[in-house]
Design a protein around this ligand. Structure first.
Ligand code: T4K
Length: 366
């Protein structure tokens, strides 16, 4: 079976070399040597002012929301992975959904502005498939209305906008280093912030709020990365540029061959990571036909992100209908037509060619 993605693994000997050092140290977690080293290297590589690494991208988001002590409504996008919306709910906040731009697939700043009320406390955009949101426009809106601006950059490892790290925009951005991402630490994530005070707060939040042996200063949680994850990250970081170039080659091949049959996300990044290969077909029926046909041929694509998070059952249950009157026409349209094709660095070109051939055989030109 060819799957939508396949985790990057470093040469085994490299990982074993680090494992020997972990065995010698007998230090497995709790801000160990390798977690500290990875944090330092990532901060440099990602050109981030302050960076806190954590055990996964979901906790990264949760800590980011917690650090700002938010209350009320958070305007966000429904065209995302479940984690983005779930975390808002876990933090006792109310998600309010804005529509997306039909070209970039990211939250539409105009709709965000329309949905601001006196209960709004923050905007949470998602750089969908690593493609930067309209960060400047969102920043302007957040400033004008006195709101916090956060970005779920789970897919946006190493991405730049106007030659600046995408992590520089907004009050906080999060990353995921899950096995399926362009850079992985098996499970892992990070929060990038601009402000020293929040950086220090996040460091406390990820380790139960412990300041010293006898001082627990805030009610934190356990969001610590361990040494085994960190050394996977140190190994993978060495090869990440090369892996992204391999991704780019496959991405461009698909785009070149399928441009008459499908449409693509408009990329706004000045440096992109080619983490996903989203392709939009003409209708839901056509998209589903391609999905089934590829599956019959041993190729497992994914309908990221279908359904919209607003279509999850738990939104429809209960007295409060959180998604009534949201008008998410464009998000629904893209979600109904999109499919992510297999894309990972060592996907063989002969398989990419085969995937293209199957799609062409089942699709009329646009
Ligand atoms: N925000 C956004 C916008 C996100 O997309 C995500 C995660 C998050 C927040 C939260 O970050 P984390 O807490 O996860 O760090 C996968 C990933 O688990 C998830 O990280 C990711 N987004 C999401 C888009 O995709 P599933 O449920 O689709 O994964 P799964 O297990 O079906 O794996 C997908 C394919 O990857 C498989 O068909 C085969 C391949 N695979 C997967 C794993 C885990 C492998 O070959 N080996 C593996 O070890 O969620």
């Amino acid at each position: 079976m060819i799957t939508v993605t396949r985790p990057d693994l470093p040469p085994l000997e490299e990982y074993i070399r680090y494992l020997k050092r972990i065995w010698a140290n007998r230090w497995l977690t709790n801000n160990g040597e390798f977690v500290q080293l990875l944090e330092k290297r990532l901060k440099e590589y990602l050109k981030s002012k302050y960076l806190v690494i954590v055990s996964n991208g979901t906790l990264a988001l949760q800590l980011a929301l917690k650090a700002f002590d938010l209350k009320g409504e958070v305007i966000t996008t429904p065209f995302t992975f479940a984690a983005t919306t779930n975390v808002i709910l876990w933090e006792g906040l109310r998600p309010v959904f804005a529509d997306i731009d039909q070209h970039t697939f990211n939250i539409d700043p105009n709709d965000v502005e329309q949905k601001i009320t006196n209960k709004t406390c923050a905007i949470l955009g998602v750089h969908v498939y690593g493609n930067p949101c309209q960060v400047e426009k969102l920043q302007e809106i957040a400033q004008k209305h006195g709101l916090k601006l956060l970005f779920d950059g789970a897919h946006a490892f190493g991405v730049e906008y106007k030659n600046q790290s995408v992590l520089k925009y907004g009050d906080a951005s999060t990353l995921s280093f899950h096995a399926t991402k362009a850079f992985n630490t098996i499970e892992g994530g990070a929060i990038a912030v601009q402000d020293k005070e929040f950086f220090e707060r996040l460091q406390l939040l990820r380790n139960h709020g412990i300041k010293s042996e006898e001082e627990v200063v805030i009610p934190g949680t356990n969001a610590k990365m361990n040494e085994f994850q960190a050394v996977m990250g140190l190994c993978n970081l060495q090869n990440v540029e090369e892996r992204i170039l391999q991704r780019k080659k496959i991405y461009e091949y698909y785009k070149g061959k399928l441009s008459e049959y499908a449409s693509f996300q408009k990329i706004t990044a000045s440096k992109y990571n080619y983490a996903y290969m989203p392709v939009c077909f003409r209708s839901l029926e056509k998209r589903d036909r391609i999905y089934s046909e590829l599956l019959k041929n041993g190729i497992k694509t994914r309908k990221y992100f279908y359904p919209l998070t607003t279509d999850f059952d738990y939104f429809k249950r209960g007295k409060k209908n959180l998604v009534k009157n949201c008008n998410l026409k464009r998000a629904r349209d893209i979600s109904n037509r999109v499919i992510c094709l297999p894309l990972y660095p060592d996907l063989e070109m002969k398989n990419v060619e085969r995937i293209v051939k199957i799609i062409k055989a089942k699709t009329y030109k646009k």
